[in-house]
Design a protein around this ligand. Structure first.
Ligand SMILES: [Zn+2]
Ligand SMILES: [Zn+2]
Length: 135
């Protein structure tokens, strides 16, 4: 059986992800993946890291808004925090599946931070509508 990637050498491995039969040259013993899947997962991991650092930047912007009284009640800030929270949870789940442990750890930190931020905006808004009802 020839390698399903290069078609040149004898296949001696099975990729644990795509199940292709590949030769030792087209196989990465470190992660038990063919070169194609290795590259794909590397790109995916990098995408997640880039996304998380983007979210971290937005977190810092949201924190600035938290300390500004007019922005505290901004529905867009709450909306943004909730959207980001969903995105980060998706990335965390996917990282767990792919065993990107370092990415999972970052996602976990960002998730906690975003939860605090979202709660803050939620509470601020609820407090205001409560006050409006009382007054
Ligand atoms: Zn090959
Ligand atoms: Zn593969």
């Amino acid at each position: 059986m020839k390698c399903e990637i290069c078609g040149e050498r004898e296949a001696t491995y099975v990729c644990s992800r795509c199940r292709r039969l590949v030769c030792s040259q087209c196989f990465n013993e470190m992660n038990y993946l063919c070169n194609h899947c290795s590259r794909y997962l590397d790109t995916l991991r990098q995408d997640y890291v880039v996304y998380l650092s983007h979210v971290q930047k937005l977190c810092n912007e949201l924190k600035v808004r938290m300390s500004t009284p007019q922005c505290r009640l901004c529905p867009i800030a709450l909306e943004l925090a909730l959207t980001l929270l969903k995105g980060v949870r998706d990335v965390k789940r996917a990282s767990e599946v792919h065993r990107f442990d370092d990415v999972t750890k970052i996602a976990d930190t960002v998730e906690k931070e975003l939860t605090t931020i979202a709660m803050y905006f939620l509470v601020s808004r609820n407090l205001r509508s409560l006050r409006e009802r009382v007054e």
